[in-house]
Ligand binder design. Structure first.
Ligand SMILES: C[S@@+](CC[C@H](N)C(=O)[O-])C[C@H]1O[C@@H](n2cnc3c(N)ncnc32)[C@H](O)[C@@H]1O
Length: 260
């Protein structure tokens, strides 16, 4: 038997050391004794981390709004800045029985968090990707919310006119030529890239919102740090009212709240 001290971390970067310690805490009950095969596993994980493979895929879960969600390469790893969508819905005090729709649900983290805010909400988690729906289903089975429903659909095309109280979405919004994509190569392109310089999903979702939201229904969108003005124009083009812009921790407008 070997102990944590027998694993040579000296040549690893600060970030890899931090992540490998996190991995060990998550995966092993007792870090004072390791078998040789566990040591090999940890060394392989360290190598993958050094090569830029995301820690949360290696651990197999990610934290969002204080809860753990299963993640793998079929879905985007939830980002902390996306939690502001849930905070915003919480602050709006929507009526009991409201129908909410999380478009592009991925792991299901937004939709399930919304379903937990109020048992009387009816929340739909929608994704076009069958693979993402399978991951979201796994998370749905963990939390077993009776008011959360998964649907495979191209955005909200499966809903009827004037039927939804609130559409929430963190859609793909990166331009296909954006150099940042090189750092995100392990996550699904479908979750990251949108046509029309990253704006196509906003165009489609805003058009659908105009049709599918009930009177005074709300649309809440996360967007890129430099897309606020573009998304605002799309909102006005679709005859929606701008209610509020919300900043991220770096002071950039990152979320837009609009109303039918
Ligand atoms: C940025 S990810 C967001 C995932 C998750 N909601 C989150 O915030 O972590 C965008 C999601 O939109 C989905 N998506 C892309 N195109 C779509 C479409 N046409 N209709 C529905 N979902 C789509 C992707 O599969 C992906 O899961």
């Amino acid at each position: 038997m070997k102990s944590e001290k027998d694993i040579d971390l000296s040549k690893l970067s600060f970030e890899t050391k931090r992540d490998i310690n996190f991995y060990i805490k998550e995966k092993f009950k007792d870090s004072s004794k390791f078998t040789q095969s566990q040591i090999s596993n940890i060394e392989n994980v360290a190598k993958s981390l050094e090569e830029g493979y995301p820690r949360d895929y290696l651990i197999g879960n990610s934290e969002f709004y204080g809860r753990k969600y299963f993640v793998d390469q079929r879905v985007l790893i939830p980002r902390p800045e996306t939690e502001v969508l849930v905070d915003t819905i919480k602050s709006l005090n929507l009526s009991d029985g409201s129908i909410l729709c999380d478009l592009g649900t991925g792991s299901g983290c937004i939709g399930i968090s919304l379903a937990m805010l109020n048992e009387s909400f009816i929340v739909f988690g929608v994704d076009i990707s069958e693979e993402a729906i399978l991951v979201a289903r796994k998370n749905d089975l963990t939390y077993m919310k009776k008011n959360f429903f998964l649907i495979q659909s191209n955005w909200a095309s499966c809903f009827q006119e004037n039927s939804i109280d609130c559409i929430i979405s963190n859609p793909p919004y990166i331009d296909k030529d954006d150099s940042h994509l090189a750092d995100l190569k392990h996550e699904p392109l479908l979750a990251l890239v949108s046509e029309l310089h990253g704006l196509e999903a906003f165009e489609i979702i805003s058009q659908q919102a105009k049709q599918l939201l009930k009177k005074d229904g709300l649309l809440l969108l996360e967007h890129g740090f430099d897309q606020s003005e573009h998304v605002e124009k799309i909102i006005y083009k679709n005859d929606l009212k701008l209610i509020r812009k919300i900043k991220d921790l770096s002071g950039n407008d990152r979320v837009i709240l609009a109303q039918k």
